[in-house]
Design a protein around this ligand. Structure first.
Ligand code: DQA
Length: 151
C-alpha cells in the first residue's frame, strides 16, 4: 500500500512561522514523523510540498493509479481552492484532510473548508498526530476493501 502525503503553501516554514499556532518543530521533523509512522504501519509513502496551487493539482493528478490514499494539508488553499477540490474529486483516491491547528477555533475565514467535501474526513487541531491518525485511517479503509468478505 502506498500513501501520498501532500502539504500546501507555507507548511515548509514550520518551526519558523507562528510557532504559537504551529509549534516549534520544523518541516523536516514533520517528514521524519510521517516516515516513522509509515514504517510502523508497513506502508510506502511519498511526501510532497508545494507553495503553488497548480503544482498541487498536478501532484494529485499524478497520483492517479499510483497511490491508495492521500493525506492532504492544503494549508491556505483549504479555504478557497476549487481547483484542488476538483482534482481530488477527479482521481477518486480516498483522501483525508489534515490541519495542524484547530481551524474552527481561529479566524472565521478558516472555518470553511472547500476541499474537505472531496475527502473521507478531516482531522484538525492535533498537530503532527493528525497526520498519523489520517494515515492509519486510510490503511484501515484499504484493508477493509481488500479483505471485504463476499456478500
Ligand atoms: C493549516 C491551517 C490553514 O488555515 C493555514 O492557512 C495553514 C495551515 C494548518 O495546518 O493548521 O497554512 O492548514
Amino acid at each position: 500500500m502506498k500513501l501520498l502525503i501532500l502539504n500546501g503553501p507555507n507548511i515548509n516554514m514550520l518551526g519558523i512561522r507562528e510557532s504559537a499556532v504551529y509549534g516549534a518543530e520544523d518541516y523536516v521533523a514533520l517528514c521524519q514523523f510521517i516516515k516513522a509512522t509509515a514504517l510502523e504501519l508497513g506502508v510506502e509513502t511519498e511526501i510532497k510540498q508545494s507553495n503553488c496551487e497548480g503544482e498541487l493539482v498536478t501532484f494529485i493528478q499524478e497520483a492517479y493509479g499510483e497511490v491508495d490514499g492521500i493525506v492532504i494539508n492544503p494549508a491556505a488553499y483549504t479555504h478557497y481552492s476549487i481547483a484542488l477540490l476538483d482534482a481530488l474529486k477527479s482521481v477518486k483516491i480516498p483522501a483525508i484532510e489534515v490541519h495542524l491547528s484547530n481551524i474552527h477555533a481561529r479566524e472565521d475565514f478558516r472555518h470553511k473548508s472547500v476541499t474537505a467535501a472531496a475527502c473521507k474526513g478531516q482531522i484538525c487541531g492535533l498537530g503532527f498526530d493528525g497526520y498519523a491518525l489520517a494515515m492509519r485511517a486510510l490503511v484501515d479503509m484499504n484493508r477493509q476493501l481488500v479483505f471485504k468478505p463476499p456478500q
